[in-house]
Ligand binder design. Structure first.
Ligand code: TXA
Ligand code: MG
Length: 346
C-alpha cells in the first residue's frame, strides 16, 4: 500500500475523513500522541488497526469523538460523575470508560462490554472526526511495543506502507497518552495515569478514587488487568533500559561507574538524564529529557528520547528517575514499563 504523507491542510483533513468513512486507516495528531484511526463502528477497520500495529486483538481501542453528544449512542448509560468529568476535562487528555451499547462492535473493545471514550484537544483531530462523521477508534500510532509517536516522522517510521494516510500536525505538546478512568462501575478507578492527574480528578469529583493495581505493580503472568494494554511490554526501546534509583547525590557517580564497567566489557552504553546533569556524564550517547524544573517538558520529550536510541547501536541505557508526584506519576509509570521494571538501587 502507498501511504500518503501530507501536512494537515483543510483539503487533506477532508480527504482523511473520506478514507475513514470508506473503512481505511489514517494516522493523525492529538495533544497527547499520534493516533492510528479507523471507523470505530466498523469491525473490519478495527481488525486492520490491530494488523497494522501488530497488536493483540484482545487489547481494546479508544473511540475518539468530536463532542459530548457523540457519546450518547455509544453507551448504555452515563453517570452524573462521568458527565461532570467530560464537561470539565473535554476536549482534553482524559479517556473515560463506560458500558458500551450494541452499536460498538466487540472487535473495537477487544471483546469487553465497556468502551473507552475520548475527545482530543487538537483542532486537526476534531475536524477529521467531524469530516468522517463517525467515532474514530485510535490506539497510539506506533508498532505494538515501541515508544508512542509524538511527531508524524515517528509514525512514518512504523506505519509506512501499512495505512492509507498520515496527517502531519507537528509535535504533540503533551507527549504522554491520555489518563484513563473507569467510570463503568460504582467506584471510579484510575487505569492509566497521564497529564490529568489523580489529584485533578479527585478535586473534580469531590472524593478519592481508586488506582488499579496494574498502574503501580507488574501484573503477574496470566492475570488480565482492567486495561488490558497495561499488561504488555510497552514503550520499550531496542536497547536494555535500566532505571537507576537512590540518593540524588549518588546517582551521577553511580551511573558513570555502571557505564564504565559495561564499556570495558565492550558494550555501547547510553544515558538518559536531565539538563541539570547532562554535562556530568561520560558515555557513547547521552540525551536529556529536559529540566527537572519543567516536568511538562520531561513528559513531552520522553518517547522521542527513547526512540532516538533505536537509531543507534547502543545496547544498554541507564536512566535517571523522577519523583512520582503530580505528572511525575505518569512519567514514572511509562519509564518503568519501558524498562520492563528493571531498577538498580544505588
Ligand atoms: O492519548 C491517548 O489515549 C492515545 C491517543 C491516540 O488518543 N491513544 C492511546 O491508545 O494511547 P492505546 O490503544 O495505545 O491505549 C489505550 C489503552 C490500552 O491500555 C487499552 O487496554 C485501554 O486503553 N482500554 C481501551 N478500552 C478499554 C476498556 N473498555 N476497558 C479498559 N481499558 C481499555
Ligand atoms: Mg499505545
Amino acid at each position: 500500500m502507498k501511504t500518503i504523507y501530507t501536512q494537515a491542510t483543510a483539503d487533506a483533513i477532508q480527504q482523511a475523513g473520506a478514507i475513514l468513512k470508506n473503512g481505511g486507516l489514517v494516522a493523525f495528531p492529538t495533544e497527547t500522541v499520534y493516533g492510528l484511526g479507523g471507523n470505530a463502528l466498523d469491525s473490519s477497520a478495527s481488525q486492520k488497526i490491530y494488523q497494522a500495529k501488530g497488536r493483540p486483538s484482545d487489547n481494546p481501542l479508544i473511540a475518539h469523538v468530536a463532542n459530548i453528544d457523540q457519546v450518547t449512542p455509544l453507551v448504555t448509560q452515563i453517570s452524573d460523575e462521568a458527565k461532570r468529568l467530560m464537561k470539565i476535562f473535554w476536549p482534553g487528555p482524559l479517556t473515560i470508560i463506560l458500558p458500551k451499547s450494541k452499536l460498538v462492535p466487540q472487535e473495537t473493545t477487544g471483546g469487553l462490554n465497556t468502551v473507552a471514550l475520548r475527545c482530543p484537544d487538537n483542532p486537526i483531530a476534531l475536524a477529521m472526526i467531524e469530516a468522517a462523521g463517525v467515532p474514530i477508534a485510535a490506539p497510539s500510532a506506533n508498532t505494538s511495543g515501541r515508544p508512542s509517536p509524538t511527531n508524524a516522522h515517528h509514525v512514518l517510521e512504523d506505519m509506512d506502507g501499512k495505512i492509507e494516510m498520515i496527517l502531519d500536525g507537528g509535535e504533540c505538546h503533551i507527549g504522554l497518552e491520555s489518563t484513563i478512568i473507569d467510570m463503568s462501575e460504582e467506584e471510579p478507578t484510575l487505569l492509566r495515569p497521564g497529564f490529568i492527574t489523580k489529584e485533578m480528578l479527585e478535586h473534580a469529583l469531590g472524593h478519592e478514587i481508586k488506582v488499579d493495581a496494574a498502574v503501580t505493580r507488574q501484573v503477574s503472568a496470566g492475570v488480565r488487568p482492567k486495561a488490558p494494554g497495561m499488561n504488555y511490554r510497552h514503550y520499550a526501546p531496542k536497547a536494555t533500559l535500566i532505571l537507576v534509583s537512590g540518593e540524588r547525590t549518588n546517582i551521577v557517580a553511580s551511573i558513570n561507574q555502571l557505564t564504565e564497567k559495561e564499556r570495558k566489557l565492550g558494550h555501547k552504553v547510553g544515558i538518559i538524564c536531565t539538563d541539570e546533569t547532562i554535562s556530568l556524564y561520560c558515555a557513547d550517547k547521552i540525551l536529556s529529557m529536559g529540566s527537572r524544573k519543567d516536568m511538562d517538558s520531561i513528559a513531552q520529550n520522553m518517547f522521542r528520547v527513547l526512540r532516538e536510541f533505536d537509531d543507534t547501536d547502543i545496547e544498554i541505557i541507564y536512566s535517571e528517575i523522577f519523583s512520582s508526584e503530580g505528572l511525575g506519576f505518569a512519567i514514572m509509570n511509562r519509564l518503568t514499563k519501558a524498562a520492563g521494571h528493571q531498577f538498580i538501587y544505588v
